[in-house]
Design a binder for this molecule. Structure first.
Ligand code: KG4
Ligand code: ZN
Length: 344
């Protein structure tokens, strides 16, 4: 794959067939993390900097887009400088600059995108725009030798998808949620039982202390590889109300909810694997950090499947996955005029 340098310049080859070491600097700013990373040849992280805004948004119980965008502005130059410092590289050593272009919060995306475009223009290097969801998938290439084809379960705050990854650039979404994403369901249920933002990881911790069979919660009957989590959320709401005036068995509710979600995801993932005849499976996205989902998916190893999940720090939003995606050309946008987008 060849990419054109900005302002004319020579043509630059990028990716596995380029024949030389690629160092891609990427920026991720789609939500509440300002991140910058440099990755060598799509798999080896030489710098990974993440500035989280959790402390800011905690008091509001969720991400406030305008405030998030302003915080990205404050942090962006710092994370870029730190990435150079951590790697020991100079801007001239960078092969290409990449950034997430969507989906995400428009004001937030603009900060990272403009920073990466500006760096590309100053140093006369190619610019590569990356889809955030593809980037989550590519987190699986970091520190591994995994190559497509494989089946992927992508679970994040905004998406829940089963994806047939036929090659680095060819992917088919086999099914997705028809209402809430898994991460969204976690965050909403966490709020229902009084856990502070961000609720998903906190709910996961409490679930590990509870009985997963304490309450029977409904498994959605939606067909094919699609998912639905809004019925489950309503069932938890009813369960919580039934305890009005009494002490809420929080740990057991968390454990039962987690059991229901992880069972549903693992069942559909296995079905997709069997139907396509794949031997490899990966999980990706912020919710891939969940203890029970990881456990249930890794149980597939006993049946001979090769299973991979990114290290925790590469599951939630980070820029290394964006750099990896830019290197492997997973449906990237190579036009310097590319605009941000909020939804797929
Ligand atoms: O991928 P991500 O960092 O951002 C999006 O692209 O959406 O995912 C964030 C989501 C949030 O909903 C968060 O609550 C959830 O991932 N999450 C978890 C866990 N860690 C993060 N949900 C359940 N268990 C976890 N351990
Ligand atoms: Zn994400």
């Amino acid at each position: 794959m060849e990419k054109q340098c900005l302002f004319g310049g020579e043509r630059v080859k990028i990716g596995p067939d380029s024949g030389y070491d690629n160092y891609i600097m990427a920026i991720e700013s789609s939500c509440d993390e300002t991140a910058c990373a440099i990755v060598k040849n799509g798999r080896e992280v030489v710098a990974n900097i993440v500035a989280s805004q959790i402390k800011t948004h905690e008091k509001f119980g969720g991400v406030i887009p305008e405030i998030a965008a302003r915080e990205h502005l404050d942090a962006i130059n710092i994370v870029i400088e730190e990435a150079f410092e951590q790697s020991g590289l100079k801007p001239e050593d960078i092969t290409a600059f990449a950034a997430t272009v969507g989906p995400g919060l428009v004001g937030c995306l603009l900060v990272g995108l403009n920073a990466a475009k500006t760096l590309a223009m100053i140093y006369n290097k190619p610019f590569i725009g990356v889809n955030h969801l593809n980037a989550h998938l590519c987190a699986n290439y970091i520190d591994t030798d995994i190559k497509p084809p494989f089946m992927a379960l992508l679970v994040s705050g905004g998406h829940t998808q089963i994806i047939d990854v036929e090659s680095y650039s060819r992917q088919t979404i086999l099914g997705e949620t028809i209402d809430d994403a898994v991460g969204e369901a976690y965050d909403k249920v966490a709020r229902l039982i009084g856990l502070p933002y961000p609720g998903g990881p906190k709910l996961d911790k409490l679930a590990q202390l509870g009985n997963p069979n304490a309450f029977e919660l409904p498994i959605s009957k939606v067909g094919g590889y699609d998912f639905s989590f809004s019925g489950l959320k309503t069932a938890v709401l009813r369960l919580v109300k039934s305890f009005e005036g009494k002490e809420l068995p929080v740990n057991d509710i968390c454990a039962s909810f987690q059991e229901c979600v992880s069972k549903t995801l693992a069942k559909k993932l296995r079905k997709a694997l069997e139907e396509r005849g794949y031997k490899q499976v990966v999980i990706a996205g912020g919710v891939a950090a969940n203890s029970e989902i990881r456990k249930k998916v890794f149980e597939l190893e006993k049946e001979g499947f090769k299973v991979n999940a990114p290290a925790m720090k590469y599951c939630t939003d980070n820029a290394s996955m964006v750099a990896s995606c830019a290197y492997f050309n997973t449906n990237t946008f190579d036009d310097i005029d590319v605009e941000v987008f909020s939804r797929v």
